[in-house]
Ligand binder design. Structure first.
Ligand SMILES: *[C@@H]1O[C@H](CO)[C@@H](O)[C@H](O)[C@H]1NC(C)=O
Length: 148
């Protein structure tokens, strides 16, 4: 085998091993499931978060407003006085976060629309602050489950 060919074969093999190694899998695959859920909610419209909410990160833990526990699960989303616009995250978007999210603070972020009853599915939620927005409609009774 010519040496050059052998070198590229070795490089390919190393690249393959890097992608197969669980510890290094994240850079090949992009952000984890909770991060993907947050990105789906953010959508292309919320440009105010673009500089730190990077799909290439392994976890969303260093994104603006995101807090994680020691195992890298998202426990808080806390954004205040940033012009996000749009609506609140609804049920399906937040399902991947429901086992860990304890704090949801989106205060003064120019959110509109109704408060989705699916927020009640966030089983661990203890703190919810949606003040200073243009939300409409009633507070869904499902949210009392989260508080209780
Ligand atoms: C919310 O929207 C209004 C009107 O577009 C704007 O004046 C205000 O600065 C926005 N709020 C924030 C926190 O950027």
């Amino acid at each position: 085998m010519p040496p050059r060919l052998r070198a590229t074969t070795a490089a390919r093999l190393i690249a393959l091993l890097v992608c197969l190694s669980p510890a290094l899998l994240a850079p090949c695959r992009g952000v984890n499931e909770q991060g993907q859920a947050l990105l789906r909610w953010k959508g292309p419209a919320r440009g105010a978060l673009d500089s730190s909410w990077l799909a290439a990160d392994a976890t969303p833990c260093r994104w603006q407003g995101v807090g994680c526990d020691a195992r890298g699960n998202v426990v808080s989303l806390s954004i205040k006085s940033v012009d996000l616009g749009g609506t609140l995250p609804a049920g399906p978007e937040l399902r991947p976060l429901s086992s860990s999210l304890k704090t949801l603070v989106l205060s003064g972020t120019n959110l509109t629309g109704a408060i989705p009853k699916e927020l009640g599915n966030l089983a661990e939620l203890t703190t919810l602050d949606l003040s200073k927005n243009q939300l409409s409609g009633a507070i869904p009774p499902e949210l009392c489950r989260a508080a209780g």
